[in-house]
Design a protein around this ligand. Structure first.
Ligand SMILES: [Zn+2]
Length: 279
């Protein structure tokens, strides 16, 4: 193909016009095939990435356990009318799906950076931290006091959390199996929380630091909801999507997906699973 192109470009080998036409046509067909192949490869790469990262997530306490699961898995998005034009133009890492069927590999690592002005020392994916910092700075500028209560959590942190909880229950008299089963209903498995990815952040109003549905009535949360797409963020676990996400309504949990995808997702009232057409 490169030969054909080079030949066309420098015109060294011109034969008859019909040969030229044939070649042009052939070139067009080849070009189309190449574009198709490229798109196919990109799609496959995305699928492989999502498959490698088996999913699950949720949280309902700052930097700790999670009791987010409200429903059992869902059986699919509505498909069809969903607009997904941003997927093709968005780098794959921004749209990595992490949920109960797409878990991150145990050795997953990501380069993180400190969140500006966060005295608690939370970190975020270094590729997206500037967007988060801008969102927080603009919220402050608007007179709001948004507080980060959780961001990136290492898988090791999640493992330690689970081990400590199991040990606590064993000390209380439960068998190892009972303790593990009970812990599993309270703390999400390592790699199954979106916080392990580095692109999720829990944001609350300093005046109301409780992680419950009432967080949505704070001025801080309303501002975030109205403006998050400008910085590439979505509300990851919206009300009414529990059956699909497997996570309760979490008005505090925001996920970075990039500006283009964020607008499409929020404007269409979707959750990430629906947007990606995956569960
Ligand atoms: Zn969260």
């Amino acid at each position: 193909m490169r030969d054909e192109r080079a030949e066309g470009r420098d015109g060294r080998k011109r034969r008859s016009s019909s040969v030229g036409r044939r070649r042009k046509k052939k070139y067009r067909v080849k070009k189309r095939f190449f574009v198709f192949l490229l798109i196919l490869i990109l799609c496959l790469a995305g699928m492989v990435r999502c498959t490698v990262h088996r999913l699950t997530d949720g949280d309902s306490s700052p930097d700790g356990g999670s009791t987010g699961f409200d429903g059992i898995g869902a059986d699919g998005s509505e498909g069809g009318s969903v607009q997904r034009t941003a997927i093709a133009s968005t780098e794959a890492w921004k749209l990595t799906l992490v949920n109960k069927t797409h878990r991150l590999p145990e050795d997953y690592t990501v380069e993180t950076a400190a969140i500006a002005g966060d005295t608690a020392g939370h970190t975020f994916d270094a590729r997206a931290v500037d967007s988060l910092n801008r969102m927080l700075a603009d919220a402050k500028e608007a007179g709001l006091d948004v507080m980060v209560c959780s961001a990136y959590r290492t898988i090791e942190y999640q493992e330690n959390l689970i081990a400590a909880q199991v040990a606590k229950y064993v000390a209380q008299g439960l068998s190892q199996a009972e303790a593990e089963a009970r812990t599993a209903t309270e703390i999400i498995e390592p790699g199954a929380s979106e916080h392990n990815l580095g692109l999720a952040v829990d944001l609350v109003a300093r005046s109301y630091q409780t992680l419950d549905a009432a967080q949505a009535s704070t001025a801080e949360n309303q501002w975030l909801l109205a403006n998050c797409t400008r910085y590439g963020f979505i509300l990851r676990y919206p009300d009414g999507k529990q059956e699909i996400t497997g996570i309760i309504y979490e008005p505090w949990h925001f996920r970075y997906v990039g500006e283009a995808a964020a607008s499409e997702i929020m404007e269409q009232g979707l959750c990430l699973e629906e947007y990606l057409g995956q569960n």
